[in-house]
Design a protein around this ligand. Structure first.
Ligand SMILES: Cc1cc2nc3c(=O)[nH]c(=O)nc-3n(C[C@H](O)[C@H](O)[C@H](O)COP(=O)(O)OP(=O)(O)OC[C@H]3O[C@@H](n4cnc5c(N)ncnc54)[C@H](O)[C@@H]3O)c2cc1C
Length: 512
């Protein structure tokens, strides 16, 4: 088949784009290297009874009239792919020695809670939260597709957003002179970016923080159902999602990408695939290296010159004969830090590989929905997430497998010590299954260079006006991935849908 759209990779933005195009009558063919579709969003099963989503935890922009709903409605999936909301009174529970804060949806409530903790600094805190809200509104006006008349009506907010284009979260904390502990409580969802405040783009933080305030969601039938549903739309319309197909090269003629060469990882045979238009969901920088950087315009080469986001460590655990709801877990995430300074906590773990005083996220997917797809009755899934250094783990993995496994165990042990001391006494006794993932696991199963977590690093440098988008400067060849849009469930829905809108002219994302 010569596809109208030949897509390399089946990450979420590719599946959204592919499903929308297939739904509109186009012939779609997707080549995916992994045995499961979904990229970072794939689901895997262990011991034949426990299913874990590789990376997704919670998502935003899934409410009525928001991006994800617009796409699902267009695909006829809105009544089947549904979401449950995290507790709006506290969707993220922030914990550090001596302090705890539940982040609520409502800003007045957030200001009250922080002011009660830091009464002397109440006014500074209020001003900071108001500025975050204003920046968020300005950024929404500036996000494509831009409604210029509407942007002009909100110049104050737009200017506010532009002011922070090059700021880190730390810059803005410093500007408002927030007390260190308040900074830490507000930034404790750092594993959502895998960057500490002094490196993280203020824009990235504002998008996510305010996005989750408007609604933090979990799919009622787990993430696997979302991915399966998008694949089914493609297949129902005659498209294909071919798994175990690793694209090893692109076929380029006169600055036009004509197709790809792919190796079937089961039969080890190589085939050539062609398409009228080629969509690149794999890492754009890696693809450009395969194609030959000289084929791209200098401006695109510059945009491709991003650094990767840090990689991560994940522990996927199953517990039995315990109800975590009795220990402070529920329809929320828990973020913990031992250090009161997140920049230092991050440095110790990422640069020094020292996890003796860890900072990490705890998520409990089983507690979010009644649908028992993830584990048998009487069991609950708990996942721990923190940062990890790719170079360090790669070297261990290549040279000393025992030391590599030992380091993974050591990190989990350190996290479990904290859990037993602060949250669930004797937690270890209830664990019936555990498996850990390192940066090299990411690289192996998500095909992401250097095990990167979010594509290009979420620093001001990569989040500014020089950010890559769908344009490649090559004919009929487009990027469609977190690094050419934005990372995250809703942002990759948006990335895929926006490319569909641009290529088809069907204005599904238009703002009023
Ligand atoms: C630890 C972690 C936690 C996260 N948590 C959340 C969360 O809670 N909420 C949220 O919204 N987002 C979260 N994210 C971010 C989110 O998972 C990603 O931003 C998003 O899934 C990226 O989608 P994508 O379309 O860019 O494609 P990717 O997921 O990057 O997929 C690219 C696909 O291309 C395939 N591929 C690559 N090379 C080749 C090749 N040569 N041939 C064939 N196929 C190839 C890969 O196998 C992969 O399937 C998390 C990410 C990480 C790492």
């Amino acid at each position: 088949m010569e596809a109208d759209y030949l897509i390399v990779g089946s990450g979420l933005s590719a599946l959204v784009f592919g499903a929308l195009m297939a739904n509109s009558g186009k012939a779609v063919q997707i080549l995916e290297a992994h045995e499961h579709p979904g990229g970072f969003g794939h689901t895997f099963t262990m011991a034949k009874k426990y299913t874990f989503n590789a990376q997704f935890h919670y998502v935003w922009d899934c409410g009525e009239g928001q991006t994800v709903q617009k796409v699902l409605k267009k695909l006829g999936l809105a009544t089947d792919v549904t979401f449950t909301r995290y507790d709006p009174k506290g969707f993220d529970h922030m914990r550090m020695p001596g302090y705890s804060l539940e982040i609520p949806s409502e800003n007045p409530e957030l200001i009250d809670r922080l002011s009660a903790l830091f009464p002397k600094d109440a006014e500074k805190i209020r001003k900071f939260i108001v500025e975050v809200q204003k920046t968020s509104e300005g950024m929404r006006k500036l996000s494509p597709p831009v409604n210029f008349a509407d942007a002009l009506k909100h110049l104050d907010e737009v200017f506010c957003a532009v002011l922070y284009l090059n700021s880190t979260l730390q810059d803005v904390f410093d500007k408002f002179d927030l007390p260190q502990e308040a900074q830490t409580l507000l930034a404790l969802q750092w594993p959502d970016f895998l960057l500490p405040p002094d490196q993280l783009s203020f824009f990235a933080w504002v998008i996510l923080f305010t996005g989750y305030q408007q609604g933090a969601f979990y799919p009622e039938q787990h993430f696997e159902h979302v991915i399966e549903s998008l694949v089914k739309v493609i297949e129902r319309h005659g498209g294909e999602v071919l798994l175990n197909q690793e694209v090893t090269n692109f076929v380029v003629k006169d600055k036009q990408v004509m197709g790809v060469k792919a190796t079937d990882l089961v039969t080890h045979r190589t085939h050539e695939f062609t398409g009228k238009t080629i969509i690149c969901n794999m890492d754009p920088k890696k693809a450009a290296q395969m194609i030959g950087p000289e084929n791209f315009s200098s401006s695109i080469r510059q945009k491709l010159n991003y650094d990767y986001s840090p990689s991560n460590y994940m522990a996927y655990c199953v517990v039995k004969d315990i109800d975590l709801r009795e220990y402070g877990f529920g329809k929320w995430n828990t973020f913990h830090t031992g250090h009161q300074d997140l920049n230092e906590a991050f440095y110790q773990m990422y640069e020094k590989n020292d996890y003796s005083n860890p900072s990490f996220a705890i998520t409990t997917p089983t507690l979010l929905t009644e649908e028992k797809r993830d584990c048998p009755e009487g069991h609950q899934i708990v996942e721990f997430l923190t940062v990890a250094n790719y170079e360090y783990f790669k070297k261990l993995n290549d040279t000393d497998r025992k030391a590599y496994n030992h380091k993974k165990e050591e990190i989990l042990d350190s996290i479990l010590d904290v859990v037993e001391q602060n949250y669930v006494p004797n937690f270890r006794k209830h664990i019936v299954f555990k498996i850990t993932g390192s940066p090299t696991t990411n690289e192996r199963f998500c095909w992401c260079p250097q095990g990167n977590s979010y594509g290009s690093n979420l620093t001001p440098r990569n989040m500014g006006i020089g950010r890559l988008n769908h344009k490649t400067s090559l004919k009929n060849f487009y990027f469609c991935n977190a690094s050419s849009g934005y990372p995250g469930f809703a942002p990759t829905f948006w990335t895929g849908a926006l490319l569909y809108q641009r290529l088809s002219g069907d204005l599904i994302l238009s703002k009023g």
